[in-house]
Ligand binder design. Structure first.
Ligand code: NAD
Length: 331
């Protein structure tokens, strides 16, 4: 099978491309615009793989993408390409509308026109909105996002991702396109752009800088190791019926404050102190996924615990400081 993977030079996309090339004999064409977040260094070890090809391009550029579809004769699409940083979406939403909505529309239209077997949209828990201050409740009575939870996004990033999901579902209902949507909680692991929470606070701690934490630091996210996410995507891509949505998450809820405290404990010599700063606009209080459908129907379970994978992730960043500096030099 020949698969178009978009956004494969980013954090999750590059981990996924490496994973699928190792696990399957599919041909992978990775189309990435190489924004500040896209980095071919992430794929250096597999760039000469016989089943892999990279093409630089914008998924929202329809003439370009159409010519590529004509030339490559894809059989499926897995769409990772997106603008992903919430803070940036609050500063300027234009690129988010372009990549996450227009880009998704272009891919859906081409998937329909070229009669692709499958269209897989990689989405996020942020589309569901906010579970509120519910993290203190006993596990049995705590609310979780299920696939039936109404979409209720709050920030421009989440709104643009939601719009993409809504388009995908309508291409299934209207045109019978074989669509799959996976929605995952916060990821961590190697190759994450250092503006994101875990590498951001790690390098601030190492440089003995202040650690600016939004609000009271008690916002809760559900953290999943990136390879567990990649396994879930591949499973859903191969096994899902058309029109299905799958939540992915690891029941690993942490406040931002807990994450920062844990990171600090890995840098014992650091003199960094936490500085509470005014809260981010539309800062959702709690996200937490119920991934029981994926576990029950497709047999997925995360293989990595936070206690084991966080130190591994930190070691990776410490061993790849040049990679981090190269990322930083781009912004
Ligand atoms: N990081 C997370 O915690 C998380 C959680 C759930 C879902 N997701 C979703 O997973 C996907 C990947 O996220 P990530 O964290 O790897 O993001 P990332 O920002 O690290 O990578 C995004 C990639 O998309 C590329 N891109 C952006 N606009 C493009 C365009 N118009 N055309 C082609 N390529 C373009 C960038 O160059 C980059 O390589 C996104 O769709 C995101 O919404 C991320």
């Amino acid at each position: 099978m020949k698969i178009l993977v978009t956004g494969g030079a980013g954090f999750i996309g590059s981990n996924f491309v490496r994973h699928i090339l190792a696990e399957r004999d599919y041909q992978i064409v990775n189309v990435d615009k190489l924004t500040y977040a896209g980095n071919l260094e992430n794929l250096r070890d597999i760039e000469d793989h016989k089943n892999y090809k990279f093409v630089q391009g914008d998924i929202a550029d329809k003439p370009f993408m159409k010519a590529l579809f004509e030339a490559e004769k894809f059989e499926a699409v897995i769409n990772f390409a997106a603008e992903t940083h919430v803070d940036r979406s609050i500063e300027n939403s234009d690129p988010f509308i372009n990549a996450n909505i227009i880009g998704t529309h272009v891919l859906l239209e081409l998937a329909r026109e070229f009669k692709l077997q499958k269209y897989h949209q990689v989405s996020t828990d942020e589309v569901y909105g906010d579970l509120g201050d519910t993290g203190h409740l006993p596990f049995e009575t705590r609310p979780f996002f299920t696939e039936q939870t109404p979409l209720n996004p709050n920030c421009p990033y989440a709104a643009a991702k939601t719009s993409g999901d809504v388009l995908v579902n309508s291409w299934y209902e209207t045109y019978d396109l074989h669509t799959i949507i996976t929605r995952c909680s916060n990821n961590y692991g190697p190759y994450q752009f250092p503006e994101k929470l875990i590498p951001f606070f790690l390098f601030k701690s190492m440089n003995n800088e202040l650690l600016p934490l939004y609000g009271d630091g008690l916002n809760i996210r559900d953290w999943l190791y990136v390879l567990d996410h990649c396994e879930a995507i591949l499973l859903a891509f191969e096994k899902s019926n058309a029109g299905q949505v799958w939540n992915i998450g690891g029941h690993n809820e942490k406040t931002n404050l807990e994450i920062v405290e844990q990171i600090k404990s890995h840098v014992p010599a650091s003199t960094s102190e936490i500085e509470f700063v005014p809260d981010r606009k539309a800062h959702d209080r709690r996200y937490a996924m119920d991934a029981s459908k994926l576990e029950r129907e497709l047999g997925w379970k995360p293989k990595h615990t936070f206690e084991e994978a966080l130190p591994k992730t930190i070691e990776w960043y410490l061993a790849n400081r040049e990679w981090v500096e190269n990322c930083r030099a781009k912004v």
